[in-house]
Design a protein around this ligand. Structure first.
Ligand SMILES: NC(=O)c1ccc[n+]([C@@H]2O[C@H](COP(=O)([O-])OP(=O)(O)OC[C@H]3O[C@@H](n4cnc5c(N)ncnc54)[C@H](OP(=O)(O)O)[C@@H]3O)[C@@H](O)[C@H]2O)c1
Length: 346
C-alpha cells in the first residue's frame, strides 16, 4: 500500500513552484501509533506561502518536508497499546506535515476524536479552536465588549464574529464589501466596515469614542494601525496573523513609537499563536462542539469545491486571491472511505 502527499522540496516564490506530489509507502502503525485515511484537509494558504518562502521565523523547515497542517479522517489501522482509538473512529489532526497527504501514520496523541467525519468538524477543530482561543483566551472577551475583527468573512474571521456575539459582544467586522459584507451581517456583525470604501481609523474614531475593548487582526498594515489608534483603556489588541507580510519582510515604517498608544491607556498587544496553546485545545473543542450541536455556530465553506491532492494547489490560489468566503477545504476521499482494513499490531 502507498499514499500520496505534497512535499516541499525547495524554497521558492510560490507553493506550486516549491512542491511536488510524491508517493510514499504506507507503513504499519508502530506501538502507540495509528494510521488515518484523510477525508478532507483545511487550507492555510498564507502559512503555506510563508513556509515556502522560508519566511516563518518560528518554524525551522528542513527540506524536504511534507506540508499542510490540518486534516480530518478515519482511523484505518491501530498499533499495539493504542486504547484511545479504534478502527473507523473519526479524528482530526492539527500538526504541521499532517494536512496535505492521503494517509497519516503517527502517535495517537497527535490526533483528537471528533463526533463525525464531516468537514464541519474539521473547521471546528482547527479554525474554530483558533477563533475561540484568540477571542476568549487572548482577548478575554466578556459581555458588552466592543470587538473589531479584520478579514472578518474569512475562515477564521467568520467564526470569531459568531463567537463574539455568543459572548455578548458588540462586533465590528472589517472586510472588503459585497458578498463578504452580507455574510458577516447575516452572522450578527453590528457594524461592517468596508475598508475599500471607508477609512477604518476614521470610522472607529467617529462611531466608537469609547474605543475597542478587543481587536483581533490577521492582516497588519493600515488595519493594525487603525485598531491600535482606537483601543479602549485596558483594551487587548490580539495579533493573530499578518496577511500583508507574505515574504517575511516586515514593512519598515517611520512614525511615533507605539509606547504612547499602549502606555497611557493600559492597552496590551498580545501575539496569538494557536500552535503554542495545545494544552487548551481539548476544552476549546468541547465548547465549540457544544455550540455547534445546539445550532449556535454556523460553519461557512467557500463556494468553490476542490478535490484530491491536486486540488490543493487551486484551493491555495483561491484563498490567496482574497475572493474566498468562509473556510477553504479540499476533499481528499469520499466520506466515509470504504474498505477499511486493519493491519495486525506489531
Ligand atoms: N495565529 C494563529 O494561530 C492563526 C491560526 C489560524 C489562522 N491564522 C491567520 O489568520 C488569517 C486568516 O486565515 P484564514 O485561513 O482563515 O484565511 P481567510 O481569512 O479565509 O482568507 C484571507 C482573507 O484575508 C484578507 N486579506 C487581506 N490581505 C490579504 C492578502 N494580502 N492576501 C490574502 N488575503 C488577504 C482577505 O479578506 P478581505 O477581503 O476581508 O480583506 C482574505 O479573504 C491568516 O493570516 C492566517 O495566517 C493565524
Amino acid at each position: 500500500m502507498s499514499y500520496r502527499a505534497i512535499q516541499l522540496q525547495s524554497f521558492a516564490g510560490s507553493f506550486r513552484e516549491g512542491t511536488k506530489i510524491i508517493t510514499l509507502p504506507d507503513t504499519p502503525p508502530a506501538a502507540h501509533e495509528i494510521r488515518v485515511r484523510n477525508i478532507c484537509c483545511g487550507i492555510n494558504a498564507i502559512f503555506d506561502t510563508q513556509i515556502t518562502k522560508n519566511a516563518v521565523d518560528y518554524v525551522k523547515v528542513n527540506l524536504p518536508t511534507l506540508t499542510g497542517v490540518e486534516a480530518l479522517g478515519v482511523v484505518e489501522a491501530v498499533g499495539k497499546d493504542v486504547t484511545s482509538f479504534k478502527i473507523g473512529d473519526a479524528v482530526t489532526t492539527m500538526r504541521f506535515r499532517g494536512g496535505y497527504r492521503e494517509t497519516n501514520t503517527g502517535p495517537a496523541t497527535d490526533f483528537a476524536p471528533v463526533p463525525a467525519a464531516t468537514p464541519d468538524y474539521l473547521a471546528l477543530s482547527s479554525t474554530g479552536v483558533s477563533a475561540l482561543l484568540a477571542l476568549e483566551y487572548m482577548g478575554e472577551a466578556k459581555p458588552g465588549d466592543v470587538v473589531a475583527i479584520s478579514a472578518a468573512a474569512g475562515g477564521l474571521g467568520h467564526l470569531i464574529v459568531q463567537l463574539a456575539k455568543l459572548n455578548g459582544c458588540h462586533v465590528i467586522a472589517v472586510t472588503s464589501g459585497g458578498k463578504k459584507a452580507n455574510l458577516v451581517k447575516s452572522l450578527g456583525a453590528d457594524r461592517v466596515i468596508n475598508y475599500k470604501t471607508e477609512d477604518v481609523a476614521a470610522v472607529l474614531a467617529a462611531e466608537y469614542p469609547g474605543g475597542l475593548n478587543i481587536a483581533i487582526d490577521t492582516v497588519s498594515g493600515a488595519v493594525f494601525d487603525a485598531f491600535l489608534a482606537n483601543m479602549a483603556q485596558h483594551g487587548r489588541l490580539v495579533v493573530a496573523g499578518a496577511a500583508t507580510d507574505m515574504d517575511g519582510q516586515p514593512e519598515i515604517i517611520t512614525g511615533p513609537r507605539i509606547t504612547h498608544a499602549i502606555y497611557y491607556k493600559g492597552v496590551s498587544i498580545r501575539g496569538f499563536m494557536n500552535g503554542l496553546l495545545g494544552h487548551l485545545w481539548a476544552d476549546a473543542r468541547d465548547k465549540l462542539f457544544a455550540h455547534y450541536a445546539a445550532g449556535r455556530l454556523k460553519i461557512v465553506f467557500d463556494e468553490m469545491t476542490f478535490t484530491g491532492l491536486e486540488g490543493i494547489y487551486g484551493a491555495i490560489d483561491r484563498l490567496l486571491s482574497g475572493q474566498s468566503i468562509g473556510k477553504v477545504i479540499v476533499h481528499l476521499a469520499p466520506t466515509p472511505p470504504k474498505n477499511l482494513w486493519q493491519e495486525p499490531p506489531k
